[in-house]
Design a protein around this ligand. Structure first.
Ligand code: CAA
Length: 381
């Protein structure tokens, strides 16, 4: 549901202020510590950020996709690790439940997810099932009135903080996508363990871990949708997630462009501010143009999704374009800052590393190309 204009503007202004006053001053510290202070996460809970997309009936803000993207644009203007703290609750960790949960499942978990008491996580990827997610090997064997899960998941965002996992596992003998089902698995289920956070190139403060299932019993009422529907549920969740990530990429690009403008106006070479040099201006112009195009594509796709259209193709296009775009913008940002861009002190090199992930997670650029090509061929142009 779309918010009325006043409420939407107020929410965006609140998030903008939170980003400027509370998050930006902590960017370097969070990267250094690889941890977000608990008190700051509590502030995020109080602001309602964990429940942005949870329907109002369950205590969330119930944002439509366009409004969520507008908020994600603001959140993009700082280190992406901050958004990750509640990103799984807004997107991949909760959307399976929101879109396919039974009334009982929703009543049990959504109120806790909305207020951030329950942190969620999405367990699809495995050591042997990355881009080829239909090949998951984690098994869910039917046993009496429930299932027994065995297997392992890899690079699972927020696994170390999560209370509830949406897990894709193989039921029955059907091969590929048709044999996959989705389950809601509480963190405290006996036999479920979480590995140590991986050391990463960037986005420090956001954690990914292995999740291991050893004879984990899951009651049948925790299955999401029908047996065999799990892959489609995961794809629908990702369609939506890819759009959200596009908006984050645009926000980050806008942040970097603003940083470049400030630096270029202050830094003097050849007797003038480097902002007066046309080759520097060309880099700023290219970044601005690409960011505007990515913004328009993301918001138009979000509006079409809100209107009920299937936007698999457009969401993939948006993710492809926005994630590649922010990579180029970050590269130019380092270039405009020159030697300073390569130094830790200025933070530009940190963003350069942070944005690299956008071209990989929630489907690599090559997977987006595959989805776009398949859909275009299917639609006949
Ligand atoms: N919506 C609904 N249904 C969909 C769908 C969608 N977007 N995409 C596919 N399906 C359906 C198909 O229609 C098909 O159904 P039928 O059999 O009834 O026709 C079924 O699902 C299988 O589809 P495909 O034949 O297209 O499946 P595929 O094996 O060829 O794979 C893929 C498709 C696009 C490559 C897919 O595997 C994919 O997106 N891979 C990338 C995975 C990915 O994004 N992983 C990210 C993990 S999460 C993450 O990164 C976040 C984090 O925090 C780290």
């Amino acid at each position: 549901m779309a918010l009325d204009t006043d409420t939407r503007d107020q929410l965006i202004e609140t998030v903008r202020r939170f980003v400027i006053e509370r998050l930006r001053p902590l960017e370097a510290q969070v990267a250094e510590d690889d941890a977000i202070p608990d008190a700051l996460v509590d502030e995020m809970r109080e602001l309602g950020l964990f429940g942005l997309s949870v329907p109002e009936a369950y205590g969330g803000l119930g944002l439509g996709m366009e409004d969520e993207c507008l908020v994600a644009l603001e959140l993009g203007r700082t280190s992406p690790a901050f958004r990750s703290a509640f990103g799984t609750n807004v997107g991949i960790g909760s959307q399976g439940l929101i879109m396919h949960g039974t009334p009982e499942q929703k009543a049990r978990w959504l109120p806790g997810i909305a207020c951030g008491e329950i942190v969620t996580s999405f367990a699809l990827t495995e050591p042997e099932a990355g881009s080829d997610s239909a090949s998951v090997q984690t098994r869910a064997r039917l046993d009496g009135d429930g299932y027994v899960l065995n297997g392992s998941k890899r690079y699972i965002t927020n696994a170390d903080k999560a209370h509830l996992f949406t897990v894709m596992a193989r039921t029955g003998d059907a091969p590929g996508a048709k044999g996959v089902s989705a389950f809601l698995v509480p963190r405290d289920s006996p036999g479920l363990s979480v590995g140590k956070p991986e050391r990463k190139m960037g986005q420090h403060g956001a954690h990914v871990c292995d999740v291991i299932f050893e004879d984990v019993r899951v009651p049948a009422e925790n299955r999401l949708g029908e047996e065999g529907q799990g892959f489609k549920i995961a794809m629908q969740v990702l369609d939506r997630g890819r759009l959200h990530i596009s908006a984050v990429c645009v926000g980050l690009a806008e942040r970097l462009i603003a940083d470049c403008v400030a630096y270029a106006q202050e830094r003097r070479q050849f007797g003038s501010a480097i902002a007066d040099l046309q080759l520097v201006q060309a880099m700023i112009a290219d970044s601005k143009t690409e960011a505007l195009a990515a913004r328009a594509l993301a918001l138009e796709t979000a509006r079409r999704r809100d209107a009920g259209e299937n936007v698999t193709l457009e969401a993939a296009s948006s993710k492809l374009f926005a994630s590649e775009m922010v990579g180029r913008v970050a590269d130019r940002a380092v270039q405009i800052h020159g030697g300073a861009g390569y130094m830790t002190e200025y933070g530009v090199e940190r963003f350069y590393r942070d944005v690299r992930l956008f071209r990989i997670y929630e489907g690599s650029s090559q997977i987006q190309q595959l989805v776009i090509a398949r859909e275009t061929l299917k639609r006949g142009g």
